[in-house]
Write a new protein. Structure first.
Length: 336
């Protein structure tokens, strides 16, 4: 039986035609290298337009690289990053923030649905300075969260304000920022909220591997290209990292695709015979399922990941079809 990875992750989906066409369009003639080309400039302008903000924009190959480089820019090696205990940067990047940040630490925080609990953040920031520990230097937030939760602007404002009052920098991991936007989060609010560096996820949004680093705090951009070069993230043919953003942003395709992914998650949730462990606010569906049942589902051909909190996760993408959702729902009813 052929294994089906339709819902294993949004990373398993193909790239969207708008993104691939833009790559083909960029593959013409000679141009400057290392991001000094017109394709990269156009993509950066579209991102600034999307966010209604003046910012430096760079393109890298992966979310892990983007997060780790951003946190290294915000946090000194003898400091720590405050993050949700299940944030990607804290659990799923093989220590990359500490590696790129030359030893920076991570302080895990609790909170429902992947959202940081405000009281826990305040308590962590209230700890007295101690030369024997890595005190907080930055706050890392994720929207949409690892559990598909979507922060409201007001909720983010409270967390960011608490961090800024203590002098901490702020990083926003937007691996699924377009799914959050399709669920109602205002992208234009990000800069006024006080975010210093934003990661815009291209890969999970339907592009070939590419992520955008958006640097709102201009002084952080000083020698940033050298930081990227040292990190192996300053590609000579940078236009091919930038081009997918042109295809996906110029006519709003990325937001249409994100809205579709969210709608498919709602469709699946509406037919789900298992208990939902988290509200379905974006493109992920997390359910309570024992391991024999998950393995039974896998034997029927459907790959499904057990997540950090014990849930079994089903991720929808731009390429998820209603027919695939209905087929999975039927399979779930059979193994139930």
């Amino acid at each position: 039986m052929t294994a089906r990875y339709d819902f294993a992750s949004d990373n398993t989906a193909p790239a969207a035609p708008e993104a691939m066409q833009a790559v083909l369009d960029a593959n013409s003639g000679f141009t400057a290298g290392y991001g000094a080309d017109t394709v990269t400039a156009q993509a950066a302008d579209l991102i600034r337009q999307l966010l209604d903000a003046d910012a430096e924009v760079r393109f890298v190959a992966s979310g892990t690289a983007a997060n780790a480089i951003a946190l290294a820019a915000l946090c000194k090696p003898f400091e720590s990053v405050l993050a949700h205990r299940h944030a990607h940067a804290a659990t799923d990047e093989t220590g990359a923030p500490g590696f790129f940040g030359h030893g920076l630490g991570m302080i895990p925080l609790p909170g429902a649905d992947g959202k940081i609990d405000p009281a826990a953040l305040a308590a962590a920031l209230a700890q007295p300075e101690n030369g024997h520990v890595q005190s907080p230097g930055a706050l890392s937030l994720t929207n949409a969260t690892e559990y598909g939760g979507v922060y409201s602007t007001q909720a983010l404002a409270g967390l960011i304000g608490t961090a800024k009052d203590k002098g901490a920098g702020v990083h926003l991991d937007g691996a699924r920022i377009f799914n959050a936007a399709a669920a109602g989060f205002d992208l234009v609010a990000i800069r006024p909220l006080g975010v210093d560096i934003l990661v815009i996820g291209g890969t999970k949004a339907g592009m070939p591997p590419t992520e955008a680093l958006v640097i709102f705090d201009r002084p952080l951009a000083h020698r940033f290209d050298a930081r990227l070069k040292q990190s192996g993230q300053f590609p000579s043919k940078g236009r091919f990292y930038a081009a997918p953003f042109i295809g996906m942003l110029r006519d709003g395709a990325v937001l249409r695709h994100a809205a579709h992914a969210n709608a498919m998650a709602q469709r699946l949730a509406g037919q789900m015979p298992f208990k939902l462990n988290h509200p379905v606010e974006s493109s992920g569906v997390f359910v309570e399922m024992d391991e024999p049942t998950r393995l039974h589902l896998q034997a029927a051909g459907w790959m499904a990941q057990r997540f950090l909190d014990g849930s079994v996760r089903f991720m929808c993408s731009w390429a998820t079809t209603p027919e695939a959702v209905d087929e999975l729902a039927a399979a779930l009813r059979q193994v139930r």
